[in-house]
Design a protein. Sequence first.
Length: 279
Amino acid sequence: MAISATEVAKLRKMTGAGMMDCKKALEEANGDYEQAVSIIRKKGQLVASKRADRDATEGCVIAKISADAAKGVVTALCCETDFVAKGADFVKFVEDTADAALKSGAADLEAVKQLTVNGLTVAEGVNEKVAVIGEKIELAFFDALEAAEVVAYIHPGNKLACIVGFNKKLSNPQTGRDIAMQVAAMGPVAVDKESVPADVVAKELDIAMDQAKNDPKLAGKPIEMIEKVAQGKLEKFFKEMILINQEFIKDNKMTVAEYLKQTDKDLKVTKFIRFSLAV
């Protein structure tokens, strides 16, 4: 059947897809808008699969907390270009997804994909954006935490975001902001030594042993000395990469642990979540 320019424009407004894609979809659907929209979305899924080998290294990372500050989420939607990542609609979709995740109590990435945002599941919304924009787009990360108080930080540009949980309500909001900025800037691997995953410790110790064995200054030295040097390197790792052991970014004469104690002797960080796009 013949499709008018007005009909094509209407479908384009509904979906944001290209003019020719809209025309073909309407022809295939015999003028049925609902079916045409479905066709556009299905094509989006096809486009997504065709672009699966592309790198989606740009994107938008959003951190949000609940109204009572007892829960926070970090959500990342990736794409191929910075131009797309900075688009108002793209950023809003990530924010809406984070809001829906907070409201629903979603626990993981797969659960978030099934949430409804603006009349579509998040997964369908992503596929629709693939069809409209023509880039590889994927919901790349989601995590959440609950605590007595959660503080969120988004670095300007939406490339990095984090949330930090505390064991009690903060008497001074600046403390929360300071610690969240510390996490964002210094990228610790864990809150304290006990929280470092065993595989991370094993990997770091293995690296330290290799470095010590290949150090010309240690050539021919007993294995006990090499192990002692490797252990020293591991302790340096703990100092630099454990949050409470790090030098406080606002005053390197004290550690984060000392800053917390100075603020409130009972205040502790219970957990943090940090996500950064590759740069």
